[in-house]
Design a protein around this ligand. Structure first.
Ligand SMILES: [Zn+2]
Length: 78
């Protein structure tokens, strides 16, 4: 394996508040699959939790905390 089993997901905006930027978060693919089956929230690498959405918006910034953690992940050890 040469790549970590991690994918990016779009964190949806909290409806109504308009508070905080919309960002992509890195989420383990296993978590995404589990969430799709169980209907629960996914947990991003940075610890953010949010419901899975398939409507990722191009151009959204990547969560800097997730990106930092993602770069420190050991490759091929997942
Ligand atoms: Zn994040």
């Amino acid at each position: 394996m040469t790549s970590p089993s991690t994918d990016v997901l779009d964190k949806p905006l909290d409806s109504g508040t308009g508070n905080g930027p919309e960002m992509f978060h890195y989420v383990r693919k296993a978590k995404i699959a589990e969430s799709a089956v169980m209907g629960n929230y996914v947990v991003a690498l940075c610890g953010e939790t949010f419901p899975v959405t398939k409507s990722a918006k191009p151009g959204s910034p990547v969560c800097p905390a997730c990106e930092r953690i993602f770069k420190q992940l050991p490759l091929g050890k997942d």
